[in-house]
Each structure stands twice: as C-alpha cells, then as structure tokens.
Design a protein around this ligand. Structure first.
Ligand SMILES: *Cc1c(COP(=O)(O)O)cnc(C)c1O
Length: 399
C-alpha cells in the first residue's frame, strides 16, 4: 500500500509543503490571529482592525488616495466587482494577453454581457505594451472603456510591466482606465499604483498575502469611482459607491469576515516588520533558486523554463513546460502523496504539459530546497529524465 502514490506515507502526520501559486502556506502568526473570537459589530476594535487593513493594503499597493474596498469573496468576486462597476453591457474592454488568467478574466467580462477585445498572448512572454497601444489607436470611436492587465499571470508565470501599459494608453491619448490584477503579485514584487497610473487594482488573500482564500479587494481611484457612479448597471453587493461608507455593515455589504480580517492584519504586520524591500528580495532569491534547479533538470531535454526572458520570470511562480508525453500529472501526484509536496499543474492550453512551482508568501530558501528535493524525487520516481546538480545549483544561489 505504501508504494501506491494515492496512499500518503505518513498519513496526515507531517505538514505538507504547499507550493502552489495559491493557496499558499499560512504562517502561524496569521493562523493564530484568525482564531480570535468574533466581536460584536459595534466594537470599536473591529473598526480599528478594518481601518488598519485598509491602510496597510493601501501602503503595500503604493496609493495614498484610492479607496480600498474589501469583499468576503475570492479573486473572481473582485474581478466581477470591477466589471459591473466600470462597464455597462455592450461596453468594450481591452484585455492584455499574458496567459490563461488574462483569458479567464476576458471570459468573465463576456459572461457579464460586455465585449472583451484581446491583445495576442505571446507564449512564454509578458504582455506586449505595443500591442495595447496599437489596439487603442485603432479604437477611433473610443469604445474601449478600460484596459485590463494582469501584473503576474499565474498561469504563464510572467510578470508584466504595468507602468508601460499606462504609457501605452497615454501615448495615444486614449481615455481608457487602467485596471491591474495584482492578486498573484502583491506582497511578492513591487507594485506602485499611484506612480504607475493604475486606476483600479485588484487583490486577493491566498497568494503572497499568506491568508486562506476568501477575502479579496479593489483599490479604486477617483476617476474610476466617478465612472462607477455614472454607470447605470444594476448592482448591489458589489456596488462601490454603496460600500464607500464609514459604516462597517455597509462597507462589507453585511457582516465583515472577521477571521480573515484578523489574519490580514497579522499578515500586513509580518510584511511591515520584515520590510517590503526585504520581502521582495527574499521572493527574488527563492525564485532564482528554482530557476537554477530547473535549468539543471532541463539538461536532459524533457523540460524547460516556460518564460524565456529572465527579467519577465515572476517572483511568485515558476512555470516549467514539459516535453510531449512526460507524465507530469503522475509526478505531481507522487510529489503530493509520497513526498508531501504540492505543486500545481498547467492551466488552459498547458494542462498536462506544464507544472508550476509556487514560491510566494511565507517561503524562505530552506523551504524551497525541501520542495525542490521532493520534486526531484518525484521526477525520478516517475521515470522522467532530468539532469543532475539541481539542488547544488539552488544552494549556490542561496549562499
Ligand atoms: C489566483 C488568481 C486569480 C483568481 O483568484 P481566485 O481567488 O481563485 O478567484 C485571478 N488572477 C490571478 C493573477 C490569480 O493568480
């Protein structure tokens, strides 16, 4: 029985190394904060907690003037909030192609009756700002109300230049708003909402913010708020104007998710105490360790780093494309069930053709060495040909 990949070697006894690009490992300080008892809704401490979460998120987002509105919802909920507040049915959005998350966002736009135009995805590359500029120039009727750009596309593993998207919009004098999905990047890599001219930023809890899933948020600047106020689309739960209230019960359109808010407060304190610059540097170092290891594995010709330009490789997740017929899903099952290490598979066109190692949130170099060791054992255990020296290369980056 022990040899069956579906049977854990030490059932339930050992913690699992969770290396998916969301959900991520929840550190003890966050877990403990989340177990605090609920407060009554008029307790001033609850108001303080919400206020601290709003200002902490604004700091991390690099904004001094946008409103941070939080939802008891996953990231898709915040996507929907942005769509129904900013766009009326029939209105157009330009979705910058960066990978399957951008595509999923475009499909969400279409599901709500709006029109999604897309710039082409360049496989293994970040979004193309020039293609955004070309598409906006061609829009002489000014039908496009917003450009949607994913900062770190968790499916492709590429991080895009969001400031360059703003420059592309301004270069042709187009009035489109810039909406950035920072769900997978916030807390892993720098993001400067105000400096980069982002009108709406969308984040979620279970990635680099080190919380369980279930909390998401939008930061909305004055221009986007004005567009939302003028938008006649019927909406209630997601309505930004209604949520822009000092009353907690209106802010959350009902009871605030207190457990997650306690956790978010603790997570933002962890980031502040370590220092954001150090947090980003740690993410970069861990990412470079993974890249070094994959480059060794790749020497046997069965896999490669999917993102071809090193500077576009995200600090959050490394995507590894595998050759035809490499049994990557068997490898993932073996890694999870025998070696207690969870990594993600490919999405969309890369299902069964890729695996993804998440390294965002509360991840330090020693943890990623454990994950890389487990993945190497699972690759070998599955009979996948890999080159030698991966762990030594990772240690080399670490030292
Ligand atoms: C995870 C993720 C989402 C979706 O978030 P959910 O909480 O799963 O709805 C959206 N965009 C990006 C970039 C993500 O990484």
């Amino acid at each position: 029985m022990r040899d069956s990949p579906s049977t854990p070697a030490t059932a339930g006894a050992s913690p699992q190394l969770l290396h998916t690009p969301g959900p991520t490992y929840v550190p003890d300080a966050v877990r403990e904060a989340m177990s605090r008892p609920s407060m009554d809704l008029s307790d001033i401490r609850l108001e303080t907690l919400v206020h601290d979460c709003e200002t902490g998120l604004a700091d991390l987002l690099g904004t001094t003037h946008a409103d941070v509105l939080m939802y008891a919802a996953n990231g898709h909920g915040a996507w929907e909030a942005a769509i129904v507040n900013l766009l009326a049915p029939g209105r157009e959005v330009l979705v910058a192609g960066s990978g399957f998350f951008a595509e999923a966002w475009a499909l969400h736009v279409e599901a709500l009756g709006c029109v999604a135009r897309r710039t082409p995805v360049r496989p293994g590359r970040a979004l193309d700002p020039q293609a955004v500029e070309d598409a906006l120039r061609a829009d002489d009727q000014r039908r496009i109300g917003a450009v949607f750009a994913v900062h770190t596309d968790t499916a492709s593993g590429a991080t895009s230049d969001i400031a360059a998207v703003r420059q592309a919009i301004d270069a042709c004098g187009h009035p489109a708003l810039l909406v950035a999905d920072v769900i997978a990047s916030l807390g892993a890599t720098p993001f400067r909402m105000d400096d980069w001219g982002v009108n709406v930023a969308i984040g979620g809890s279970q990635k680099a913010l080190m919380l369980p899933p279930g909390l998401s948020f939008t930061a909305v600047d004055e221009r986007a708020m004005a567009v939302a106020r003028a938008n006649p689309v019927p909406r209630s739960y997601w309505d930004w104007d209604k949520r822009k209230s000092p009353l907690l019960y209106r802010k959350f359109c009902g009871t605030p998710p207190q457990g997650l808010l306690h956790g978010l407060g603790a997570a933002l304190t962890l980031i502040r105490d370590e220092g954001p610059a150090q947090v980003f540097a740690r993410h970069r170092q861990v990412a470079l360790m993974v890249h070094a290891a994959v480059e060794c594995w790749a020497q046997a010709g069965q896999m490669s780093l999917h993102v071809t330009v090193p500077e576009e490789r995200s600090s959050s997740v490394t995507t590894i494309a595998v050759a035809q017929d490499v049994p990557v899903e068997t490898m993932r099952t073996l890694a999870r069930e025998r070696h207690h290490t969870a990594v993600a598979g490919g999405l969309g066109p890369y299902a069964g053709r890729m695996f993804r190692i998440g390294h965002l949130g509360a991840v330090h170099p020693g943890m990623i060495l454990g994950a890389l060791g487990s993945v190497e054992a699972a690759l070998r255990g599955t009979g996948i040909d890999i080159g030698d020296g991966a762990l030594a290369a990772a240690v080399g980056v670490m030292a």
